[in-house]
Design a protein around this ligand. Structure first.
Ligand code: SF4
Length: 378
């Protein structure tokens, strides 16, 4: 199995927290972008083995792409993959204010059967504070329209936003959970260097939530969605039974994927990671042939770190036997037991079947636990 990702590098305007690579859509060259992406796939499809089973159009804002161009793009991807096209999950990311009856139909005609909607919050003040284009009513309308299609809908939410209280976070969660979209992703607001958000914080115009507030909101998230029937299958992801994201799960399971477009990442499923340069003009100038990029070759230590980082994000964790056979460490079980003893609140557990996974407490401090484990096991 392999995944196919395409990055749409345009947004109508920049949200203040965003450090994803994107440029303004007024200068978008949609036709050239589609042509270059198709040429890139043609020249790189043999980098991974197996059928392409998932497609993910992310960004940026894919819902800005004109419908005719989108249709040409997906038809082209399908034709280039030929017999290897076995896509059962095709996701497109959408901004709520782009969602209309007519466009939903066009996205389905283009082959998409899963919609990822950037709701973020259902409080107008919070949406305005992070400079999102939509308001809460628009987001709810978009969810309703998308859910009528019978396709899977994934809703993105954010917490620890400027001015957000536990009560307003609970309000957003309750409203979204009551609508029962098949999938919910929820991320804490991060203060990335170089963003307008970080600048505002430095100027004292925005107060960053305290560690205690982050943890309290994360607990509210887990409790609310668990009570509403969602499975907490990855640190930031929740799904109704049978509706996990196959595309994103394949990242966490170390499966290969090809990323097309400026700033897109790829992984060959073995030791090579590739990142296309974050440069729209350079990408278009390449016409998809010899796209400017960086490649990183993973050594044994990096592979081990990645294994822990990705597998422990999932609620299943990893099997000690699998770890042992990949990395040849015969004393894995003993080392993990030693790490566990050092953790005062029991951040990881080992099941009777030999699976290692984070506990609920461990999920809150996953980064430091994974670092501890990596240093002992490497
Ligand atoms: S719409 Fe998404 S990609 Fe575009 S600026 Fe906002 S957060 Fe970033």
């Amino acid at each position: 199995m392999a995944g196919l990702y395409m990055h749409i590098p345009y947004c109508r305007r920049k949200c203040i927290y965003c450090d994803f690579y994107s440029g303004g859509d007024r200068r978008a060259r949609w036709q050239e972008l589609a042509d270059a992406s198709l040429a890139e796939l043609q020249s790189r499809k043999s980098e991974v083995c197996g059928d392409f089973e998932t497609l993910y159009l992310g960004g940026g804002t894919p819902s800005l792409c004109p419908d005719s161009e989108l249709r040409r793009l997906t038809a082209g991807l399908r034709s280039i993959c030929g017999e290897r096209w076995n896509v059962s999950e095709a996701t497109i990311e959408l901004n709520p204010d782009d969602v209309t009856d007519e466009r939903v139909e066009k996205w389905q005609e283009a082959g998409f059967n899963r919609f990822s909607l950037g709701v973020q919050s259902l409080c107008d003040e919070e949406l305005a504070a992070i400079r999102r284009r939509h308001d809460a009513a628009t987001a709810v309308n978009a969810m309703e329209l998308l859910m009528q299609t019978g396709c899977d809908v994934s809703v993105d939410l954010m917490y620890a936003l400027p001015g957000q209280s536990r009560r307003s976070w609970q309000h957003s969660l309750d409203r979204v959970a009551a609508m029962q979209p098949q999938h919910i992703s929820a991320y804490a607001l991060m203060y990335e260097d170089g963003t307008a958000l970080s600048a505002l914080e430095k100027q004292g115009k925005i107060r960053r939530a305290s560690d205690g507030e982050y943890i309290a909101m994360y607990c509210t998230l887990i409790d609310t969605l668990s009570a509403a029937g969602y499975e907490h299958y990855e640190i930031s992801n929740f799904a109704l039974p049978g509706h996990r994201s196959r595309h994103n799960s394949s990242y966490w399971q170390g499966m290969p994927y090809i990323g097309l477009g400026p700033a897109a990442h790829s992984y060959d499923g073995d030791r090579a990671r590739r990142a296309n340069n974050p440069d729209i003009e350079g990408y278009l100038a390449s016409k998809g042939i010899c796209v400017p990029h960086q490649t990183e070759h993973l050594d044994d230590a990096m592979l081990l770190d990645e294994f822990l980082l990705t597998r422990l994000r999932m609620c299943e964790g990893f099997a000690v036997d699998d770890f042992r056979s990949r990395f040849g460490k015969n004393n894995t079980q003993r080392l993990i037991a030693e790490v566990r003893k050092e953790m005062p609140h029991g951040g990881i557990e080992m099941t009777a079947e030999g699976t290692v996974r984070l506990t609920r407490q461990g999920v809150m401090t996953s980064d430091s636990i994974i670092l501890d484990l990596a240093s002992v096991l490497s």
